[in-house]
Design a protein around this ligand. Structure first.
Ligand code: 9MR
Ligand code: 9MR
Ligand code: ZN
Length: 443
């Protein structure tokens, strides 16, 4: 890729960084092991929680979501999905790099604990407010388990249904995953007459509430259809969109999972309509990239919180498109444009910054990350959010577009790491590395 680093090096460092996010019994000692308290309804005074008679659930384990210690189903599900997608497309590569399925399995085991007996899924577990910049074992405020939401059921059903495709010793038993997926799907089906959303409380930590739950539900029903072949799930998929076949309506991320839904439906049925959706999106991405000085496919209005994640996700989509495209010229364009998204993240950008910690030339040094800041160590392989025009953290001026970035520990809206930022980057770098090894691409 350049003289020193290969795509494989990026894959290797980004996938291995997940171990630094392990919650429970981890390399830092134990953290967040006490059962979480089911959050009481309505308002409450956090300091009085211990006096209330509340249910408790063991939801230990899983990855800390980001620079904070929350654990959230939306990001867990989309991250597991993207790691598994890489393993699905490139099984030989996955076999050579067992850490990929091991990390997915680690998170999956936690996700299963987040499901209630009725099939519903708790949205997140976190303290009432974010803790200070301390190590995880110092974060001892009560862990709260947030309401079962419609979106959590959908994210969970989709990711667990997809996980049933894998036969790995690292995974929980397949029957258990299968059963969990179906139960979440049935729960969702029951609570979901059109437009009906069940929202969780937020308190003072991350919301991860998608603007519309529809693309997440479509994704869930698409994966359940792919898993079971049962037409009822396909009918639900279509019914969500007023009987229209699903379309790709945004870049892949927890906000919008339409691309994953369309991919699943195409894989299951081979319908030309879905194939064209993917190829049309790939063409659009290539045009945007061609219009940009650095070949980055992000448009002006896409330099928002987590923009790097979307650049990587565009690369991911191009690799998917190349898989189903039989025109050699197009395939080459898709691969080279995917590679440009990776180069953008590595420093071919207006800031000359490598957005991955501890890697490459001029990397991020001060990520918003509690363990990094509290321990004053460099954790390598963390992708930060990247340029954000809105500057919600107030650490740098808003309105700077692709230059809206500051390498400061407080700058959480452009310089925080999150598990779902690394996910498309693991896919993109791993996919390009696997293709290169297989002789499908040369440069
Ligand atoms: O550390 C928190 C980070 O994970 C979130 O993305 C961000 C926005 O919700 O909030 C950070 O926490 C800050 C809090 O919101 C306000 N007090 C300072 C906290 C640390 O910077
Ligand atoms: O990555 C998330 C981004 O897409 C949202 O716009 C933003 C505001 O809701 O939240 C980001 O996620 C943060 C979460 O809310 C709290 N923990 C840290 C996450 C990464 O900054
Ligand atoms: Zn923890």
């Amino acid at each position: 890729m350049n003289d020193i680093f290969t795509e494989y090096d990026v894959f290797d460092i980004t996938i291995h960084s997940y171990k630094y996010q392990h919650c429970g019994t981890s390399i830092y000692g134990e953290c967040h092991m006490k059962p979480a308290i089911i959050r009481p309804n309505g308002d409450f005074i956090p300091s009085e929680l211990s006096r209330l008679e509340l249910g408790k659930v063991d939801v230990s384990g899983g990855w800390h979501d980001a620079g904070d210690y929350g654990k959230y189903i939306p990001t867990a599900a989309v991250t597991v999905y993207q790691l598994l997608l890489l393993a699905d497309l490139f099984p030989v590569f996955a076999a050579e790099n067992p850490v990929l399925l091991e990390e997915a399995a680690f998170e999956l085991s936690w996700m299963l604990k987040m499901q209630d007996d009725d099939g519903g899924v708790y949205h997140k577990v976190n303290t009432y407010d974010f803790c200070d910049m301390v190590m995880p074992d110092m974060d001892t405020e009560p862990q709260l388990l947030y309401e079962k939401s419609s979106s959590a059921a959908a994210y969970f059903a989709a990711a667990t249904a997809y996980a049933c495709r894998f036969n790995s010793n690292a995974f929980p038993a397949r029957e258990r995953i299968y059963d969990s997926a179906i139960r979440a799907g049935n729960y969702l089906k029951k609570i979901l007459p059109p437009d009906y959303e069940v929202l969780p409380s937020v308190d003072r930590t991350g919301p991860y509430i998608p603007a519309g739950v529809d693309t997440i539900c479509i994704w869930a029903f698409a994966e359940l259809y792919r898993l079971t072949g049962d037409r009822q799930w396909y009918d639900l998929c279509v019914s969500i969109n007023s009987m229209h076949m699903p379309v790709i309506s945004g870049p892949l991320g927890w906000e919008n999972m339409s691309a994953a839904a369309v991919w699943a439906l195409y894989q299951e049925d081979g319908t030309a309509y879905y194939r064209e959706q993917i190829l049309a999106e790939a063409e659009r991405i290539c045009r945007c990239s061609a219009d940009d000085d650095f070949g980055c496919a992000l448009q002006e209005n896409e330099y928002l919180w987590g923009s790097n994640k979307f650049a990587a996700a565009y690369g991911l989509l191009l690799i998917l498109a190349a898989e189903i495209c039989d025109d050699t010229v197009c395939r080459k364009l898709y691969y080279s444009t995917a590679s440009k998204q990776l180069k953008y993240i590595l420093g071919n950008n207006a800031l000359g910054k490598c957005f991955i910690t501890g890697f490459g030339n001029n990397p991020v040094c001060n990520p918003h990350h509690r363990i990094v800041q509290a321990s004053k160590t460099v954790i390598p392989g963390l992708l930060v959010g990247g340029p954000n025009n809105s500057a919600e953290d107030g650490c740098y001026p808003a309105g700077l577009g692709k230059l809206g970035y500051a390498d400061l520990p407080e700058a959480y809206s452009c310089n925080e790491y999150a598990v779902d930022y690394n996910a498309p980057l693991v896919f993109l770098s791993g996919g390009l590395a696997a293709l290169k090894k297989g002789g499908q691409i040369w440069s």
